[in-house]
Design a protein around this ligand. Structure first.
Ligand code: GDP
Ligand code: IMO
Ligand code: MG
Length: 421
């Protein structure tokens, strides 16, 4: 029986998971998303084209791939169908290479409204949600009220939809929040109909049967470890387990079926939305990271907060994910930086901490180590030996700190801009 490999983000999302999954797909037959939903925005750049995927696995553009949306994912049919139609313009009919778990939960139009109403009511303490209805949908999942993909084809779908919608309208009436879902609801119902040309499956059976046959499977994470519902910077997190553990529940595979865990991180750090970010920069360096790295949300267009690499948070994420190899992205963004910093500890109430604490809020002060920059263009480099010494030293330091090899270094957005060791 084969084991399944995992690619996931180790920071606050947007590490470059889409690019890496697209790059690795030729080594895998099946690519599966295990959590999250349209809050994700995974960018792929190849052949002069660029795509942002939200719900569809990033293997979809490769000829031989089979792509699974697993039970742990939450689906907005409108967003999924728009995405499918955009993909099909480039790749042709994908109905034979995309399959959807019957157990995946549906995001209703009223879930989106509840997300927006809840955020508006929170005022300054809002989470900065993507407003895709993620939180309310996972709440209905754990509250055992949700509607699932498999329900679409049952005779009672409309009645169950209306019952849940009524419940939501009751909740919404408690907020001072104006909304009109008529138009979106009509689009939603039409999208549900269109979705029926895809196969709804017991994806846990398919995944395990494929592993039994020896098929290579890659699980694609969304968001990042520091947005994990349990171990992220709660309450400023998403509503799913974004870590390796989420692969087991989000696809129905046992822990001993997990093989390689490839953890992705940016050579610096970003975060979009509210919440603690100890290494955040408010100076010119932060501005430059945002400008050169085009750090604007792939889903919402919001500017991403930028800062230095946080080794304390990174080690925490590596530990809990069981990361076996690292993938470093976007070092090219710092090509012109004379000095690079990385946080090696936090100061909290006068004490130095080398671990990520429960209280990691604004009071945490980062302790930095400085590195000389490489001050040259690395985007054309394709062999590790050809990297400047300063970059190789930075990588060696990361490997020593984490006890994990850095196997892939990305030097630009394009599929081809990559150095594999
Ligand atoms: P994801 O959510 O983890 O898939 O990441 P996003 O797609 O949201 O954000 C990553 C952004 O960085 C996208 O715009 C990518 O095209 C871009 N990108 C990925 N890798 C690199 C890299 O090595 N260098 C540069 N400059 N951009 C990159
Ligand atoms: P990818 O897969 C970055 C953030 C939101 C917000 C918090 C909760 O592209 O890396 P939610 O809509 O989930 O209720 O929002 O999580 N967030 C992301 N940040 N990348 C993502 O996905 C994100 N998905 C959610 O900004 O702070
Ligand atoms: Mg993203």
């Amino acid at each position: 029986m084969n084991q399944l490999d995992v690619v996931l983000g180790l920071q606050w999302g947007d590490e470059g998971k889409g690019k890496v999954v697209d790059l690795l797909t030729p080594n895998y037959k099946v690519i599966a998303r295990f959590q999250g939903g349209p809050n994700a925005g995974h960018s792929l750049v190849f052949d002069g084209d660029s795509f942002v995927l939200h719900t569809v696995p990033s293997g979809i553009f490769r000829e031989e791939s089979m792509n699974i949306i697993g039970n742990g994912v939450v689906i907005d049919p409108v967003i999924l169908m728009e995405e499918i139609e955009a993909i099909e313009k480039k790749a042709g009919d994908i109905s034979k290479k995309l399959i959807i778990s019957k157990r995946a939960h549906l995001i209703l139009p009223t879930h989106r409204m509840l997300d927006a109403a809840s955020e508006a009511a929170k005022g300054k303490s809002k989470i900065g949600s993507t407003l895709k209805g993620i939180g309310p949908t996972y709440m209905d999942k754990t509250g055992r009220n949700g509607l699932r993909i498999g329900d679409i084809v049952s005779g009672e779908f409309e009645a169950r939809y209306n019952a849940l919608k009524e419940k939501h309208l009751g909740l919404l009436s408690q907020y001072d929040f104006q909304f009109d879902i008529t138009e979106y609801e009509a689009k939603w119902m039409a999208a549900v109909e269109k979705l029926k040309r895809f196969e709804f499956i017991e994806s846990e059976l398919v995944v395990n049967a494929e592993l039994q046959k020896g098929t290579a499977i890659l699980a694609e994470g969304a968001q990042g470890s520091m947005l994990d519902i349990d171990f992220g910077t709660y309450p400023f997190v998403t509503s799913s387990n974004t870590m390796t553990a989420g692969v087991c529940t989000g696809l129905g595979v046992a822990p001993n079926r997990v093989g390689k865990v490839m953890g992705i991180f940016k050579a610096y750090c970003t975060r979009v939305g509210s919440g603690p970010f100890p290494t955040e920069l408010f100076d010119n360096d932060g501005e430059e990271l945002r400008r050169i790295g085009h750090e604007f949300g792939a889903t919402t267009g919001r500017p991403r907060r930028c800062g230095w690499l946080d080794m304390v948070a990174l080690k925490y994420a590596i530990m809990m994910n069981g990361v076996t190899e690292l993938i470093m992205m976007k070092a090219d963004v710092m090509n012109d930086f004379p000095t690079i910093k990385a946080c090696v500890a936090y100061k909290l109430n006068g004490k130095e901490l080398d671990y990520f604490p429960f209280e990691a809020g604004d009071e945490v002060e980062p302790v930095y180590k400085e590195f000389p920059g490489w001050k040259c263009d690395i985007t054309k480099v394709r062999k590790y030996e050809d990297f400047p010494a300063e970059l190789k030293d930075y990588v060696s330091w990361i490997e020593a700190e984490t006890s994990c090899p850095v196997k892939i270094i990305s030097v630009g957005p394009d599929r081809k801009e990559i150095v594999i060791r």
